[in-house]
Ligand binder design. Structure first.
Ligand SMILES: Cc1cc2nc3c(=O)[nH]c(=O)nc-3n(C[C@H](O)[C@H](O)[C@H](O)COP(=O)(O)O)c2cc1C
Length: 367
């Protein structure tokens, strides 16, 4: 579907970067889930730009829940969240309207919408829309919290600097990450990443990297064997995050040179539960969760909008051109996108859990 993710539990996104507001409609979510608005605000603040390593666009991200919540809990009917756009400088974009930013969606948007698209600030393709996804995802994260399922993402690589791996006790790492604005497990690596981003920004350039997500508490048996594999559902959602160009589960592409004896995850029993000693398969076998933590990575490209002169085309005139960009852009996306990865993961898992156990599985108890 065009702007909708999920079936049983679905989220629909709407809005443009420089329009009046962006927002999300969350449908099929179970009734009775406590909707902690302070938590939603906190999640939005984790996505907001921060200092020298982010865009200068400063959005307050004041949000308004216009339906689907009554007396602090989900009603089970469509939940609509509006996030007004406040810090808009549309004049930055008029002069370069037909100069396609290399790596961005200006040209493809024009081809799809025949010039009727709102091109200002990337329009519907802007990273700004992920604020709405984050707000809806916060409700999904609260629903999962009720089932003791935790989601956390760290910046595994950025600008050529690597964070440490998740420890075998992902749960404590997740708890720590969810308190951090710049989500790394090793603060020294985080400092070097921030320096790499700042150096790229000074040079009018940008950097990319890798996000890694872990999920604990997901029961075994969630997912489908063929087309709606848990990997397939998650990848479908994760690829909708602007800038994500690769998704791998467990060892992913690193398995190319491994042997079966190294890559298999041997099973064992622990207090009556089936577990695996390693987790190279990222907690999924045959498209179905095996009860171990989910582990997957997203490759996030360097931000396409850079301040160095680039070759491009003027697609209205049909001629070659040079682009010298104005506007306000992130020299890296990762530190803002990590909370978007958590949100998409939570939305997909709520949907998969609803498919397996029914929508009411996630419902809150009456106070
Ligand atoms: C939180 C977030 C912020 C972003 N900020 C910018 C930005 O300031 N400038 C930019 O060119 N791209 C930014 N992007 C990435 C673009 O939206 C994305 O590269 C573009 O829509 C093209 O999509 P694709 O890279 O998936 O092909 C951002 C993405 C996210 C998730």
């Amino acid at each position: 579907m065009k702007n909708t993710l999920g079936t049983g539990v679905s989220v629909t996104l709407f809005g443009e970067s420089h329009g009046a507001a962006i927002g999300a409609v969350l449908d099929g979510m179970a009734p009775g889930i406590p909707v902690d608005e302070a938590f939603i605000a906190r999640q939005l603040s984790l996505r907001r730009p921060c200092g020298r390593i982010s865009t200068a666009r400063a959005e307050a991200d004041r949000f308004q829940i216009v339906s689907g919540v009554f007396e602090g809990r989900t009603t089970g009917t469509p939940l609509c969240i509006l996030v007004p756009n406040e810090d808009i400088r549309s004049r930055d974009y008029a002069a370069t309207r037909a100069l396609a930013r290399p790596g961005h969606a200006d040209y493809t948007a024009y081809m799809k919408y025949h010039g009727f698209e709102d091109y200002r600030g990337g329009g519907h393709f802007s990273g700004r829309i992920t604020a709405a996804l984050t707000a809806a995802g916060a409700v999904a994260l609260l629903a999962l919290r009720g089932k003791r399922i935790a989601v956390g993402t760290h910046i595994a690589r950025c600008g050529g600097v690597a964070d440490r791996e998740f420890s075998p006790d992902e749960a404590s790492d997740i708890a720590a990450l969810n308190e951090k604005v710049f989500a790394v497990l090793d603060e020294n690596a985080g400092e070097r990443m921030r320096d790499a981003i700042a150096r790229a920004a000074e040079a009018g350039d940008s950097v990319g990297g890798v996000l890694e997500t872990a999920v604990t508490g997901l029961p075994a048996g969630v997912g489908e064997p063929w087309f709606d594999t848990l990997e397939g559902l998650l990848a479908h959602g994760l690829f909708s995050i602007p800038g994500v160009k690769g998704v791998q589960f467990g060892g992913g592409f690193d398995l190319a040179d491994a042997k079966g004896s190294q890559y298999n995850d041997p099973f064992y029993m622990e207090n009556g539960a089936v577990r695996t000693r390693t987790n190279h398969n990222g907690g999924i076998n045959g498209g179905i969760s095996n009860g171990m933590p989910l582990r997957f990575r997203c490759a996030v490209k360097p931000t396409p909008s850079i301040y160095q002169a680039q070759d491009t085309v003027d697609f209205l005139r049909g001629e070659d051109a040079r682009l010298e960009l104005k506007g306000r852009h992130d020299p890296a996306i990762l530190h803002r996108a990590r909370v978007v990865a958590d949100s998409v993961t939570a939305l997909v898992l709520c949907d998969a859990l609803a498919q397996r156990y029914g929508t009411d599985f996630l419902r809150g108890e009456r106070p």
